[in-house]
Design a protein around this ligand. Structure first.
Ligand SMILES: [Zn+2]
Length: 213
């Protein structure tokens, strides 16, 4: 078989446990159960974390009681043509940021915002003033028929908004949400996105996300 060739492969994931913790989420913890250093035959660790830790995907089960869980999706939902768009506003992603996007139904849209420029994902503490997805922009995503929306911080909704309008709008329309992607080194444009989650029976799962072209 001919080897696949890509000009570049970009890792847009953050290390599990390395991203700021969304307030209230369980903390990431890795404990050694056995250690070669201590005379054990092998290294073995126990890891506990929130299903929303680090770079992760939200499925409809996050906000809908009968919504689909991550393990109910076929792998083709995680391998998609993706378009990286720049958000101009420093407060939220506006519908005007989607102007002229060449997205086909089923594609992914990834929003590069000031969050990447400010390096928010690399900070140890949580930043409440991150750029979020305006509800009207989530609506526009639905109209475009995309199947995944991604953002460069830990939530698509404004911090402290109790109604979670962007999460609900996207998930009710079967649009998966990719959160916690680092787009600092990514230029706007079209790529192939790979974001295969752990096969978890649940409302979210960590992923290793890469962009290729
Ligand atoms: Zn989440």
């Amino acid at each position: 078989m001919k080897p696949l060739h890509f000009e570049a492969i970009y890792d847009i994931s953050v290390r599990l446990g390395g991203a700021p913790l969304y307030p209230g989420d369980p903390i990431y913890c890795r404990q050694m159960v056995s250690k070669i250093e201590s005379g054990d035959r092998f290294n073995l660790s126990k890891v506990t974390f929130s299903a929303h830790a680090g770079t992760h995907l939200d499925s409809p089960a996050h906000f809908l009681s009968r919504g689909k869980a991550i393990d109910e999706y076929p792998p083709q939902r995680f391998i998609l043509p993706a378009h990286v768009l720049t958000a101009k506003d420093s407060r939220c992603i506006k519908p005007s940021d989607l102007k002229g996007v060449a997205a086909n139904p089923g594609d992914a849209l990834l929003f590069k915002t000031d969050n990447s420029r400010r390096g928010l994902l690399k900070k140890t503490s949580f930043s409440e003033d991150y750029v979020f997805l305006a509800p009207e922009t989530a609506e526009r995503c639905v109209e475009l028929g995309i199947s995944l929306a991604g953002i460069d911080y830990m939530s698509v909704d404004r911090f402290g908004d109790p109604s979670y309008p962007a999460h609900k709008m996207l998930l009710e329309n079967d649009i998966l949400i990719l959160e916690g992607i680092n787009l600092e080194d990514i230029s706007p444009g079209s790529y192939l996105l790979l974001c295969l989650p752990l096969k978890l029976e649940g409302e979210a799962a960590p992923v290793r996300a890469v962009l290729m072209r």
